[in-house]
Design a protein around this ligand. Structure first.
Ligand SMILES: C[S@@+](CC[C@H](N)C(=O)[O-])C[C@H]1O[C@@H](n2cnc3c(N)ncnc32)[C@H](O)[C@@H]1O
Length: 222
């Protein structure tokens, strides 16, 4: 999904180094954290793929997973935060989605292993200020892509202009080159379809408009 219109950044505190606690806290407010709209890049890059099994890692409140399910993908959304998954499940019910088409799994991706093969594995803004074995998680995810299937990673390439003074030791940004290199996948096995920065419009906390830059990597398993 698109990250929140108001791209707030939260510093972890000593009290919240546990990922489940930290993310639960992020979702503890009465309002949704994210926009509820599908991620612009994901919508553009998956619109023409034939629906199959899809896996959304760090699905949050489910906008991407729901969008995929509405297009006929048999979708699994995984997240560590119960509150986010409850919101996703509620949105699925409100939209009248066939319960057979979407399922929500509460798991810590640091240790979770995908169950079976997926025609599409996506991770949108799977970036954490806590210790998180992101590369390991993404490599495991790549291993779960079925032959002919795709891995789509959309990430923050840079902080938004209104996020001043972010701690660089906890806020990690990634370039397309770093993303592809970090995956260290066998070229015989995966073809790089897209590895580039793309921009999208966003609104800051005080209503300021800006173009945010995403790193977009789409790989296809041969
Ligand atoms: C920046 S949010 C992005 C959410 C959603 N994909 C989107 O694009 O709006 C990162 C998500 O990853 C989840 N997450 C972070 N660490 C995780 C972990 N170790 N295991 C599972 N999910 C995790 C968080 O709960 C959060 O929902």
């Amino acid at each position: 999904m698109t990250t929140s219109d108001h791209e707030h950044h939260h510093e972890p505190t000593d009290a919240t180094t546990d990922p489940a606690e930290y993310w639960e806290e992020r979702y503890s407010g009465a309002e949704p954290v994210w926009s509820g709209r599908v991620n612009t890049q994901l919508a553009a890059l998956t619109a023409d793929l034939p629906p199959g099994r899809a896996l959304d890692l760090g699905c949050g409140e489910g906008a991407d997973a729901l969008w995929l399910a509405e297009r006929g993908w048999q979708t699994t959304g995984v997240d560590i935060a119960d509150t986010a998954l409850h919101r996703a499940a509620r949105a699925a019910a409100e939209r009248g989605l066939d319960p057979e088409l979407v399922r929500w799994v509460r798991a810590d991706l640091a240790t979770w292993t995908p169950d079976g093969r997926y025609d599409l594995v996506t991770a949108s803004f799977l970036q954490s200020p806590l210790d998180f074995p992101r590369t390991e998680v993404l490599r495991r995810a790549a291993g779960a892509v079925a032959p002919g299937g795709h891995l789509l990673l959309v990430s923050h390439a840079a902080p938004p202009p209104w996020a001043k003074g972010l701690d660089p030791s906890t806020h990690h940004f990634v370039t397309p080159e770093q993303e592809v290199a970090g995956l260290d996948l066998d070229e015989q096995d995966f073809a790089v379809v897209v590895a580039e920065e793309r921009t999208r419009p966003a609104t800051g906390p005080d209503g300021e408009q800006a173009e945010l830059t995403d790193t977009v990597v789409l790989l296809r398993r041969r």
